[in-house]
Design a protein around this ligand. Structure first.
Ligand code: GRF
Length: 196
């Protein structure tokens, strides 16, 4: 089966990356991860990728003077491995307009809130503070304005009495791991279908 080459960008634990690795192991999954890039050298996601036999790269944003220069290095790496769809999975850098335009329609993100609520960081603490009764996550296309691209899927979970940011995050993460591979599967299947 033809598979879309996928690059995944991470900065940390990589549990969403793991969900994508697990899903893409299925013979009928229409994407194959060709490269995992981290901007943090000690990201556990790099270990996950290596254990799965996936090529990895570490590029430090600290080695570049401008945001765009770093993004161009990311892009060079993605191109070298033939990455066609790019998944941000806990990648904690704002990307330049240049990068977002370059990968328009090919760049996906998962965000741990029900967008447009709680863009940015500390989403769970902010949801609790605001007295929300439900929380969730969103998979969306990346647009130049942060956490604002077209929404592809959302999943909702209840906020329970006694929740902390950690307990809520764990409940939401389970849903992230479910919907990110689902959306990716659909996006890649559509892309393959449009090629024929
Ligand atoms: C996830 O909650 C994701 O939505 C957010 O950062 C977290 C990354 O977790 N963007 P992990 O590295 O995938 O475990």
């Amino acid at each position: 089966m033809t598979k879309i080459p996928l690059a995944v960008l991470i900065s940390g634990n990589g549990s969403n990356l793991q969900a994508l690795i697990d899903a893409s192991a299925a013979a009928d999954f229409p994407a194959q991860i060709v490269l995992v890039i981290s901007n943090q050298p000690d990201a556990y996601g790099l270990t996950r990728a290596k254990e799965a036999g996936i090529p990895t790269a570490f590029i430090s944003h600290k080695d570049f003077i401008t945001r765009e220069a770093f993004d161009r290095a990311l892009s060079d790496m993605i191109e070298a491995y033939g990455g066609e769809i790019i998944c941000l999975a806990g990648f904690m850098r704002v990307l330049s307009e240049w990068f977002v335009k370059r990968y328009e329609g090919r760049l996906l993100n998962i965000h741990p809130s029900l967008l447009p609520k709680f863009k940015g960081v500390d989403t769970h603490a902010r949801a609790l503070e605001a007295g929300e009764t439900e929380a969730g996550c969103t998979v969306h296309w990346v647009a130049t304005e942060v956490d604002s691209g077209d929404i592809l899927a959302q999943a909702r979970v209840p906020v329970l009495a006694g929740d902390t940011a950690q307990t809520l995050a764990a409940r939401v993460l389970k849903e992230e791991h479910r919907i990110y591979p689902e959306v990716l599967k659909q996006v890649c299947a559509d892309r393959l279908a449009n090629r024929q």
